[in-house]
Design a protein around this ligand. Structure first.
Ligand code: MF3
Ligand code: CO
Length: 251
């Protein structure tokens, strides 16, 4: 599949999809507290998404059973909400959400600490977020896709973290996953040339220990092989001939 270049109208719709998803994440962030279940997060998320007339894009995607991916501690991504999974003080929780607004997708993830978390956890969350911002320094027309990948990977691995290789970011638009795939590590080649109007979901997944991951028997939940903590940070990004526009992060 070729990489789609969005028209001005499509960018308007994706901007609105992004704005709504940002509100969803803000509402989820405010709700987090020890004692709540990961299912409570999913229910609130779905409610907020639908209250804006949007569809939760993850629900039923390849059979995924929920609207919000909730991944706790050694879970990297795609954790399945569960009413028996209760958040505890000290947990590290990654929330990944996507919405469809008038046929256009946005996709974003955030990682939070519940109550008091360890210095190790704080640093992991911070470096994961920073690696995204390091990557998007290169997200500009005329640069190459894998400039972004290399910058993310370098930033996190230089600081001693494991950079997940089994999952990537992606193009996004009328589908949740469009071309191109966006690895979070050095590719030793350039990749496609970035063009104004491309929309990309850039999403570093960073582990405190090894980069290696496993899939649980539910076939969704990805966990770190060494059970070290993991963090995830993602925004939907519009490439322009100048600074990239973060469609899911206006502030
Ligand atoms: N942000 C993730 C991704 O890009 C979430 C989608 S997984 C789903 O792959 F299956 F739950 F939708
Ligand atoms: Co994504």
């Amino acid at each position: 599949m070729p990489i789609t270049i969005k028209s001005a109208r499509e960018i308007e719709l994706m901007t609105e999809a992004g704005r709504i998803l940002e509100i969803v994440h803000d509402e989820l962030a405010k709700s987090l507290h020890p004692g709540m279940s990961t299912m409570d997060i999913d229910q609130l998320g779905e409610e907020v998404i639908r209250s804006y007339g949007c569809i939760p894009s993850f629900l039923d995607y390849n059979g995924y059973p929920a609207s919000i991916c909730v991944s706790v501690n050694d879970e990297v991504v795609h954790g399945i909400p569960d009413r028996h999974r209760i958040l505890q003080d000290g947990d590290v929780v990654s929330l990944d959400a996507g919405v469809i607004y008038k046929g256009y997708h946005s996709d974003a993830a955030r990682t939070y600490g519940i109550g008091e978390i360890s210095k190790e956890a704080e640093d992991l969350i911070k470096v994961t977020r920073e690696s995204f911002f390091e990557g998007i320094k290169y997200a500009k027309e005329g640069n190459y896709l894998f400039d972004i990948s290399a910058a993310i990977g370098r930033y996190a691995s230089e600081r001693g973290y494991g950079v997940v290789r089994d999952l990537c970011g992606h193009g996004i638009g009328t589908a949740l996953h469009e071309a191109p795939e966006i690895p979070n590590y050095e590719m030793n080649r350039k990749g496609v040339k970035l063009k104004s109007g491309m929309t990309l979901a850039i999403e570093p997944m960073i582990n405190a220990g090894t980069w290696e991951v496993d899939w649980l028997d539910d076939d969704w939940t990805v966990v770190t092989r060494d059970h070290s903590l993991s963090a995830h940070y993602e925004n939907t990004v519009l490439i322009t001939d100048n600074e990239p526009k973060l469609l899911t992060l206006s502030k």
